[in-house]
Design a protein around this ligand. Structure first.
Ligand code: ADP
Ligand code: MG
Ligand code: MG
Length: 253
């Protein structure tokens, strides 16, 4: 059992001129392995900032609060240490990794996280099975990471990582964006398989409700202007689908 605990998190983005622009205004959130949480909010509310801050992106400066994983200070860890500690962060705009194949990338990541290389034969089988379940061409494993990937391929690659790396806590930022309905279903099924292991805590960040038709969150958090303004169960997602975010945004004006 693992617990990611975010307390009173305040974050500013570093602007090119060196100024700090406050974005997160005190976020409190606890995610345990086996739980699925959805963070939903309008564009520009700071959802990606939350994901990037937990990932350790240098553009974001923590100005207050704490983030711990099983009591260990995540904010004091390097980006690599965060991954080794069991945090998985799929970013909204994944980067290209020139000259590194998907197969090598995944094996290197797995080795870094486990502290030893996976056994070649079982690993090859796991890789093949993960790709089959995501309806991916085996040739995909030989392509360079994110190079010329379509939106759907990027997302499938994310879910492949999730299935193979088996993180304690995974944060998926806008995993549903840019997916057609078939790709959305395949990707959601992949997330649900990870969920069913009960070993990973999932934090799904999304603007739209449609992915939540396929992945039923245990908890929904409404995120507006840098903080959580309401929390509830899956019924809250349905209410948001019907009513949108206006009510929350208007309440702040
Ligand atoms: P969301 O993911 O909810 O759409 P973001 O975290 O991407 O929101 O952005 C939150 C706010 O922070 C927005 O107002 C955005 O313009 C601002 N912001 C984020 N990154 C930067 C940046 N690098 N420079 C300037 N403003 C930024
Ligand atoms: Mg955005
Ligand atoms: Mg975003």
């Amino acid at each position: 059992m693992s617990t990611l605990e975010i307390r009173e998190l305040q974050v500013s983005v570093k602007l090119p001129e060196g100024d700090l622009k406050p974005i997160l205004a005190g976020v409190d959130l606890t995610v345990k392995s086996g739980e699925t949480h959805a963070i939903m909010g309008p564009n520009g509310s700071g959802k990606s900032t939350l994901a990037y801050s937990i990932a350790g992106h240098p553009k974001y400066q923590i100005t207050g609060g704490t983030v711990t994983l099983d009591g260990d200070d995540v904010l004091a860890m390097t980006v690599d240490e965060r991954a080794r500690a069991g945090l998985f962060l799929a970013m909204q705009y994944p980067v290209e990794v020139p000259g590194v194949s998907v197969a090598n990338f995944l094996r290197t990541a797995k080795t870094a996280i486990d502290g030893e290389a996976p056994k070649l034969r079982t690993w090859a089988g796991e890789l093949r099975s993960a790709m089959e379940k995501l309806q991916m061409d085996p040739a995909f494993a030989q392509r360079n990471v994110n190079e010329g990937f379509s939106g759907g391929e990027k997302k499938r690659h994310e879910i492949m990582q999730l299935q193979l790396l088996k993180p304690k806590i995974a944060i998926l930022d806008e995993t549903d964006s840019g997916l057609d309905i078939d790709a959305l279903r395949v990707v959601s099924e992949g997330v649900n398989r990870v969920r069913e292991t009960g070993e990973t805590g999932l934090l799904l960040i999304t603007h739209y409700t449609r992915i939540l038709r396929y992945i039923k969150p245990d908890y929904v958090h409404v995120f507006v202007a840098g903080k959580i303004v309401q929390e509830g169960g899956p019924e809250l997602a349905e209410q948001l689908e019907a009513e949108g975010y206006e009510r929350y945004v208007a309440a702040r004006a």
